[in-house]
Design a protein around this ligand. Structure first.
Ligand SMILES: [Zn+2]
Length: 265
């Protein structure tokens, strides 16, 4: 796949990078990526995938824009309140970069539909904030062998991890089971600042873009933990487990019960 003159100009600031050229850009153009969640993480993730020139982006979310989203979800404004997030996001992203295809999917991801929904993608970048969907996305990516770029934010702490199925630890290798209901508060209960989701979502998008372009990535078998109270970035090494119920030798279905209505960050 060759690049047009407009594309060469649009992406010229990344094409001049020493390890990034037209071959890497063409790989991005050929890539098909799913973004799960169009919220606080989904906004920076989808914007940076769009700006980088990922050829096809499908965004899944069933929520409508709410006024409480507007401290962090920068693809939306007050006029969008009550409208489906993914439709507003897809329109805005297509305006930003008409060279790519953005598809809105108004759908609730469940353990039952995740395995069919997440099929045929070169990568999934996860912007959901709740355990039932996070584990469903992880298990579906493990079974379908789809690289997954995980991220999570709560209060002033954020985490990110890149998962290449059968090669690196998956989310379940590290956290085999979800914490008991109510143990981890949601961002609605505990709070979240917009720039936190901006930082973590940008890291997820950067890892995905580097991976799709064929470059090395830094968060394989590592969880990045960002604490902005002290402004420290720590990396914790993690290991793949052969007996993991998702990516191990034998896949075991382990849906996580939905305990309350959940929303993307
Ligand atoms: Zn695993």
């Amino acid at each position: 796949m060759t690049l047009s003159l407009d594309e060469i100009k649009r992406y010229s600031r990344q094409l001049v990078l020493p390890d990034f050229g037209s071959r890497q850009q063409a790989r991005l153009k050929n890539a098909k990526v799913m973004v799960t969640g169009a919220g606080g993480l989904g906004c920076p993730i989808s914007v940076y995938l769009t700006l980088s020139g990922v050829g096809r982006i499908d965004i899944v979310d069933m929520d409508e824009v709410d006024l409480t989203n507007l401290n962090r979800q920068f693809l939306y404004g007050p006029d969008d309140v009550g409208k489906p997030k993914v439709k507003i996001a897809a329109r805005r992203l297509t305006e930003i970069n008409p060279e790519i295809e953005v598809n809105p999917i108004v759908e609730k991801i469940t353990y039952d539909n995740a395995f069919d929904l997440i099929k045929g993608y070169d990568a999934v970048v996860d912007g959901t904030d709740n355990f039932p969907v996070r584990y469903a996305v992880n298990d579906a990516c493990a079974v379908n062998r789809t690289p997954l770029f995980h991220g999570a934010v709560l209060m002033y702490e954020g985490r990110a991890m890149s998962i290449i199925p059968k090669e690196t630890a998956c989310f379940r290798c590290v956290f085999p089971d979800a914490p008991p209901a109510g143990m981890v508060p949601t961002c609605r209960e505990a709070g979240v600042v917009g720039s936190m989701t901006g930082i973590i979502g940008s890291i997820q998008a950067l890892e995905a873009v580097r991976y799709l372009a064929g470059l090395d990535i830094g968060l394989k078998d590592r969880i990045l933990i960002l604490n902005t109270d002290t402004m420290t970035f720590d990396k914790v090494n993690v290991k793949r487990r052969e007996d993991c119920s998702a990516c191990g030798d034998v896949f075991i279905k382990k849906p996580v019960d939905e305990v309350c209505e959940v929303r993307s960050q």
